[in-house]
Design a protein around this ligand. Structure first.
Ligand SMILES: C[S@@+](CC[C@H](N)C(=O)[O-])C[C@H]1O[C@@H](n2cnc3c(N)ncnc32)[C@H](O)[C@@H]1O
Length: 415
């Protein structure tokens, strides 16, 4: 059991660094993890919940296993200075990328899943609502050729036509390299609004947006709820969601995003091999990696992939979904070797592993040895304990037994 520390108490250099980057006045618990004759401090405390504001509206795009923007913000503010590079190799919806740009840091965002770039890039270059509205008005509402509605269990015929018309428009624009910021914004919102469990989506009631039901599954859902798809005005829904995403955006934030979106890199690489990133260039990596085979990519994303002309199966084959801890460690070993290459001296990696199997698997203890092998110095382990009031799911695992939700972050430094 750890020791309750209520004042700044300096055990060793690492604890000093950890206490220094958290706020010293709040109480925390200190434990030690011993490995390879090293004492690695484990600090448990509420890192950012107590005084946090609601996250910025621009983050509100759902993505499986995304983390809260407060997490990257916490480390960016404490471990980097303006214009330094912040990187996320497993970017997901782009939480780290957006937060880095908001804070005036250069952005590198990578994810092997191309949907990540579709979601992340447009939010660094948000168009004005009037531009979005005008563009939508100018878009075709019918496909060039009439199409059989093969998704009639999800969409009303008229809604389906509008979706296919949008799909055709983006396909054409992409082919001719003419997809501008506003098109990319509309494509991002449409991809996000395809299916879901409220009238804010194009579909009839179905699973939440990250988990598209199969055709057979949807037929069953319709039968169970005695429902059939009614018309949903896709353009109204896109405008409504755009308005909500843009609602917090101030002019000064817009200018900062405009500046940092110019240099931002969005890669669709395996995190183990990112040749576009220069050696020793990254000041801070913040990321949460995939874990085991919990997320069923092709099943969850087939409709989003259909809309964006992507092959869900081939993406699934590339995504790392290791089925056991050994193969997970093997993949992450190579990820750390690559992270060591791109990190500059004095730079950090904050690696968030979440709570797996109700804390029975302490991922942080699996990460430390491979990170050390790659050359990193372990600063310590930060456990962010937050009390929450509603059921929470982390990587698809229910995690509400004690009413706490723990982020487990391994903080490493290249010395
Ligand atoms: C836990 S999610 C990250 C979520 C992210 N922190 C957010 O806030 O949205 C893990 C991500 O890793 C990606 N991924 C899985 N294997 C990968 C690989 N080998 N290289 C790069 N990305 C990978 C998945 O596509 C997924 O988006």
């Amino acid at each position: 059991m750890g020791k309750q520390v209520t004042e700044l108490s300096i055990y060793n250099e690492s604890v000093n660094v950890l206490v220094g980057i958290t706020e010293p006045q709040a109480p925390f618990t200190l434990d030690v993890f011993e490995i390879e004759n090293k004492n690695i401090p484990i600090i448990t405390r509420e890192l950012w919940t107590s005084r946090q504001r609601q996250a910025h509206s621009l983050h509100e795009i759902s993505y499986r296993a995304c983390f809260k923007p407060q997490l990257p913000k916490f480390f960016i503010l404490r471990l980097t200075t303006e214009s330094e590079i912040v990187y996320d190799p497993f970017a997901g919806r782009g939480t780290t990328a957006l937060e880095s740009a908001f804070l005036g840091r250069k952005v590198i965002s990578n994810d092997i899943n191309p949907i990540s770039k579709i979601f992340a890039k447009p939010r660094l270059s948000p168009p004005a609502l009037t531009t979005i509205t005008e563009r939508l008005k100018s878009l075709p509402k019918f496909p060039t050729e009439s199409q059989q509605n093969h998704l009639s269990m999800f969409f009303h015929d008229t809604t389906f036509n509008e979706i296919v018309a949008l799909k055709e428009y983006f396909t054409q624009k992409e082919k001719t390299n003419k997809l501008d910021d506003c098109d990319q914004w509309i494509r991002m919102v449409a991809t996000n609004r395809l299916t879901g469990h409220s009238p804010g989506f194009f579909s009839v009631y179905t699973l939440p947006p990250n988990q598209a039901a199969s055709i057979e599954g949807q037929v069953k859902i319709n039968k169970k709820y005695n429902q059939e798809p009614e018309y949903r005005n896709t353009y109204d829904i896109i405008i409504k969601k755009s308005r909500s995403l843009l609602s917090d955006l101030r002019d000064d934030e817009k200018s900062t995003l405009a500046k940092f979106s110019k240099t931002a890199k969005f890669l669709t690489r395996d995190a183990r091999n990112t040749p576009e990133i220069e050696d020793e260039s990254v000041a801070l990596t913040i990321t949460s990696p995939p874990f085991l085979d919990i997320v069923q990519y092709a099943t969850d994303n087939w409709l989003r992939c259909w809309f964006n002309n992507l092959d869900a199966k081939s993406i699934e084959d590339k995504i790392s979904t290791p089925s056991n801890i050994e193969s997970w460690q093997k993949i992450m070993k190579d990820v750390f070797i690559e992270l060591y290459r791109v990190t500059k001296y004095g730079g950090h990696v904050a690696f968030e592993v979440g709570e797996i199997r109700r804390g029975r698997i302490q991922m942080e203890k699996l990460v430390i040895p491979i990170a050390l092998d790659a050359g990193f110095h372990p600063v310590g382990i930060l456990l962010n304990e937050q009390v929450f009031t509603k059921t929470s799911h982390i990587w698809g695992i229910e995690n509400n037994s004690g009413g706490t939700n723990t982020n487990r972050i391994i903080l490493l430094k290249k010395t």
